[in-house]
Design a binder for this molecule. Structure first.
Ligand SMILES: Nc1ncnc2c1ncn2[C@@H]1O[C@H](COP(=O)(O)OP(=O)(O)OP(=O)(O)O)[C@@H](O)[C@H]1O
Ligand SMILES: [Mg+2]
Length: 527
């Protein structure tokens, strides 16, 4: 489809300037089609693939219609999850940053309501919220919607799936009849058409049509495996592909928690996102993931919709999603805004039938892949080092090193022998470096001044907490209370010790035998 430049659209100078700050030049197809329609005032049902800029497609016209002299709420944007409400609110803020007097506010559960009420009282024109919290404000009369000009339902189908139908209808019922109503999603199931009929006026469907529901720049694979091998295969894939960020979806909160513990136990930098966590914890995890402090996010479907994090290079379906639509949204967390991505789905036994249904629904090919072997992991590691070697050869002065090597050559070794031995050493050293690094352990979530040392204990081993702490105290000579605390999360995962004692404790714990059981200790950021 032919796209256009933003300056060919009828948009204000302030927004144009913000868009150029955001680095966008061409409008995406959904933006090219939807923006003029929405600006003309009609109701729109918008569908386009994941990561193709639907937020800006409704964000620009929303802002164009705000009268900043009027301090009442003029647009309400509803999103299914808290994280998405925050993200959409940020994007709207970026778009509106040069509009004087514009006030926007995200409202969602888990955040102190009083703070939101204060902000609302000061006058806000665009509210971005989850249905539950918006209802709450409506009942308290802290959110008044009688001057509303526009309502946007982002991920409308998901809000229906989540049982928000009644809330949404109640909200729409109190808004002025002449409002403009917009619905957006990458998937539009039949149930949406009811809402459309009831709450939109002659809705114009704006679709960017493709045969496939998923974007072509995501390579899609599935691997058939036994359930008990999932963790091992997952870590091999991560080691081989070495993604900047990856997102792993499980079907239950429990599985998410278990997998995070297992990954952390193996020294990966993983954290969990699901609905049972406190909001402060959810915010902390999302922020760590966005800034790369946590590079593996393990989540339930709360993270499947709309979430936009730049460097997500891989998505794993640790469990096959229950629903075909979820597959589309889950894998759509990668390959956004034209980037490339990879998606792997783990398939156990009869789940292969579910996968066939997903393929039929998405009209894409999901290629079968063999589970990678240990050899492949090693090869990937060697490749990485060989590439680094090439870089060094091309970019560094090596005359000193050449002198040393020549000495060995005189001793009748060939240069191939020497290179192979060096590779062997450096592959070994990679492991060593990964195991100890320096004292910067990364510290997901450790208290200030503390470091976390992860403990790998086989499931069948029965090691008691106080045995571990006692043994550490005995071996290091540190008083018991100074050693720190051990955290149990399903099973033992880590001890948290004061930073200054970290190295000492680590040295003792490595290969230490506690009550005859060998316990493996790994620092948190090894990978
Ligand atoms: N015109 C553009 N040019 C380049 N990047 C863009 C453009 N418009 C939006 N983006 C960026 O593309 C990314 C994806 O946009 P967005 O989150 O709106 O996708 P979406 O279509 O809503 O996807 P999903 O269905 O997953 O919610 C964002 O990082 C956004 O900033
Ligand atoms: Mg979106």
């Amino acid at each position: 489809m032919k796209t256009i430049k933003f300056n060919e659209l009828e948009i204000s100078k302030e927004i144009e300037r913000a868009i150029s700050d955001m680095g966008f030049e061409e409008a995406t197809p959904i933006q090219t089609k939807a923006i003029p329609e929405i600006l003309s005032g009609v109701d729109v049902l918008g569908q386009a693939q994941t990561g193709t800029g639907k937020t800006v497609a409704f964000g620009i016209p929303v802002l164009e219609r705000i009268d900043t002299n009027d301090k009442s709420v003029q647009t309400l944007i509803l999103c299914p999850t808290r994280e998405l409400a925050i993200q959409v609110s940020e994007e709207i803020k970026r778009l509106g940053k040069y509009i004087p007097g514009l006030k926007t506010l995200p409202v969602y559960g888990g955040q102190p309501i009083q703070r939101q009420i204060q902000a609302l009282n000061k006058g806000v024109q665009v509210v971005i919220g989850t249905p539950g919290r918006v209802m709450d404000h409506m009942r308290r009369k802290t959110l008044k919607l009688q001057n509303l000009k526009m309502v946007v339902l982002d991920e409308a189908d998901e809000m229906l799936n989540m049982g928000f139908r009644e809330d949404i209808e109640e909200i729409l019922d109190v808004t002025p009849k002449q409002r403009q109503t917009l619905l957006f999603s990458a998937t539009i199931p039949r149930a949406i058409l009811d809402i459309t009929k009831k709450y939109q006026k002659n809705a114009k469907t704006v679709k960017v049509v493709h045969r496939e529901l998923t974007v072509p720049n995501i390579e899609q694979y599935y691997i058939e495996l036994k359930k008990k091998n999932k963790l091992e295969i997952l870590t091999r894939l991560i080691d081989i592909h070495n993604p900047k960020l990856s997102l792993i979806f499980c079907n239950t909160k429990r599985m998410v928690d278990e997998l995070v513990v297992d990954l952390q136990g193996r020294g990966y930098f993983a954290d969990a996102l699901h609905g049972d966590l406190k909001q402060t914890q959810r915010d902390r995890v999302m922020n760590s993931f966005r800034n790369g402090n946590v590079d593996i996010l393990v989540a339930t479907d709360v993270a499947a919709r709309g979430i936009d994090v730049d460097d997500v290079e891989m998505v794993f379906n640790y469990d096959v999603p229950q629903d075909e639509e979820y597959y589309v949204h889950r894998i759509g967390r990668t390959g956004r805004a034209g980037r490339t991505g990879r998606a792997f789905t783990f398939v156990v036994g009869k789940e292969i039938y579910k996968l066939k249904n997903i393929q039929k629904y998405t009209k894409t090919k999901i290629s079968r892949e063999q589970a990678p072997s240990v050899n492949e992991v090693e090869e990937a590691k060697a490749d990485k080092i060989l590439n680094e070697i090439k870089e060094v050869i091309n970019n560094e002065k090596l005359s000193k090193e050449v002198n040393y090597i020549e000495k060995l050559l005189d001793d009748e070794y060939t240069s191939i022998d020497i290179a192979a031995a060096l590779l062997n050493l450096s592959m070994g050293r990679v492991e060593e470096k990964e195991d100890t690094s320096d004292m910067d352990f990364g510290n997901t979530g450790a208290e200030p001044g503390m470091v976390r040392l992860f403990i790998n204990i086989g499931k069948s081993q029965k090691v008691r907490v106080r045995d571990i702490l006692g043994a550490i105290a005995g071996e290091t000579g540190l008083p018991g209370e100074v050693v720190g605390k051990i955290d149990i999360y399903d099973k033992f995962t880590f001890v948290e010790v004061p930073k200054e004692n970290g190295q000492k404790v680590l040295d003792v714990m490595k290969n230490n035998k506690i009550k005859g059981k060998k316990i493996n200790i790994e620092p948190a950021n090894s990978k």
